[in-house]
Design a protein around this ligand. Structure first.
Ligand SMILES: Cc1ncc(COP(=O)(O)O)c(C=O)c1O
Length: 405
């Protein structure tokens, strides 16, 4: 009889579930399926040759340091580059207000670890990023969802939710927002909304967690100031990552907060997690940034995704059936658009039929902490080629037309 460890598992482990979504995503990796499912950047844009040359330089000039442990806070050379990068985005920070993380998923985990005791309330969007929900769930958060519209989190709904919690003697630990080209909806929160949401965070004395991996990937419209810039009380923690603007494979991101006691807790939380983010990747990124290559790369990515977004929007306009209740977002940046099907359709039930037609998406329920979103789909347009996007849109449109009543 093999050892049965089930009576020993922690509450955290007992809360963990193998994600149904990950199981569905496995089906999408078959070679003949056109996948709108993952959130993967286009691999043909990865600057492999530049990284080859820079890796050799870093190892030649600084090999021992690159292969050694580094400070928990991050490589000082990279942090200096990040201070400059933030400044170009209008955010003035000092090096001690930056913590390098093992990409932004670790940022989510560290904030959850620092703030959530089992049973604590937090506020999230309906919909919101699946990996955020997973991180918060693993610490036992009680998640309260607030609907979004085309301008971001609905302020009236947020107000009502905060008041309801207060009446019940509760106070949420933080409000989690993905304000720029949100994953999954593609929606960007307007400046007015940001100010109102921040005002409510102030009124209810809670933290604002801003997760912004897509901020730099704007193809149209005007940039909206990040929460960290609108905040004058050190109430905001902002998460960033290299994953979508450069490469996800190094697993490097960073977080920014001006709140020193919060930063101390996040650093202390990182120590037992991984001691430090791998030095080699950080030093390569620092050299890459110091040559001004990141800005150029972001420009390239923006152009490529802008083209793909146009291809998918044109294809949807051309092929989708004209149905009451069928709509999709037209994001000004990022990697995703969000399809709303007529209420009577169920994207989860339709999924096996989509796989039969050799096209894949992520079902809307994955992004809802309240089990909602059954008639929604997240569509990624960064990964597939333009030819695949056109063909995939045709297949998806056919599926939706077949489901129409
Ligand atoms: C909103 C959001 N936050 C965080 C992440 C995690 O990314 P990473 O850990 O690669 O930085 C993602 C990835 O898709 C995301 O969409």
């Amino acid at each position: 009889m093999p050892f049965d460890a089930s009576h020993l598992f922690s509450n955290t482990a007992n809360r963990m579930r193998r994600s149904e979504i990950r199981e569905l995503l496995k089906l999408t990796s078959k070679p003949d399926i056109i996948s709108f499912a993952g959130g993967l950047p286009a691999p043909d844009l990865f600057p492999v040759e530049e990284f080859k040359e820079i890796s050799v330089k870093v190892l030649t000039e600084n090999g021992a340091k690159a292969l050694q442990y580094g400070p928990t806070e991050g490589d000082p050379g990279l942090i200096n580059q990040l201070v400059e990068f933030e400044k170009r985005g209008g955010v003035e920070v000092t090096p001690d207000q930056i913590l390098v993380t093992t990409a932004s998923q670790q940022g989510l985990d560290l904030v959850a670890k620092a703030f959530i005791t089992e049973g604590d309330a937090i506020i999230v969007g309906l919909p919101t990023y699946l990996g955020g929900l997973q991180a918060f769930n693993s610490y036992g958060a009680e998640m309260h969802g607030v609907q979004l519209d085309e301008a971001g989190m609905k302020v009236d709904a947020l107000k009502a939710k905060l008041a309801e919690l207060k009446n019940a003697g509760r106070s949420p630990k933080f409000i989690y927002v993905v304000p720029d080209f949100q994953n999954p909806s593609g929606v960007t929160m307007t400046k007015e909304r940001r100010l109102e949401v921040l005002g409510l965070a102030r009124e209810y004395n809670t933290l604002l967690l801003e997760d912004t991996p897509y901020r730099e990937l704007r193809f149209a419209g005007e940039p909206v100031p990040p929460f960290i810039l609108l905040d004058d009380e050190e109430r905001v923690v902002t998460l960033h990552t290299f994953s979508k603007i450069l490469i996800p494979g190094f697993r490097v991101g960073w977080l920014v907060t001006r709140n020193k006691p919060v930063m101390d807790k996040l650093v202390m939380g990182k120590q037992p997690a991984d001691l430090c983010t791998a030095s080699f990747g950080q030093m390569i990124l620092a050299e890459y940034m110091s040559r001004g290559l990141l800005e150029k790369q972001i420009g390239k990515i923006r152009e490529a995704y802008k083209r793909k977004r146009q291809v998918i929007l044109d294809a949807f306009d051309e092929y989708m059936p004209k149905l009451d209740g069928l709509s999709w977002t037209r994001p000004e940046g990022g990697l995703f658009l969000w399809v709303r099907l007529p209420e009577y359709m169920n994207a989860t039930e339709m999924f096996p039929k989509a796989i039969d037609k050799k096209v894949a998406y992520v079902v809307g329920t994955a992004f809802h902490c309240d089990g909602g979103g059954a008639n929604c789909m997240r569509i990624n347009f960064s990964y597939a080629s333009t030819e695949q996007i056109k063909e995939g849109a045709k297949r998806l449109a056919k599926l939706i037309a077949e489901e129409a009543k």
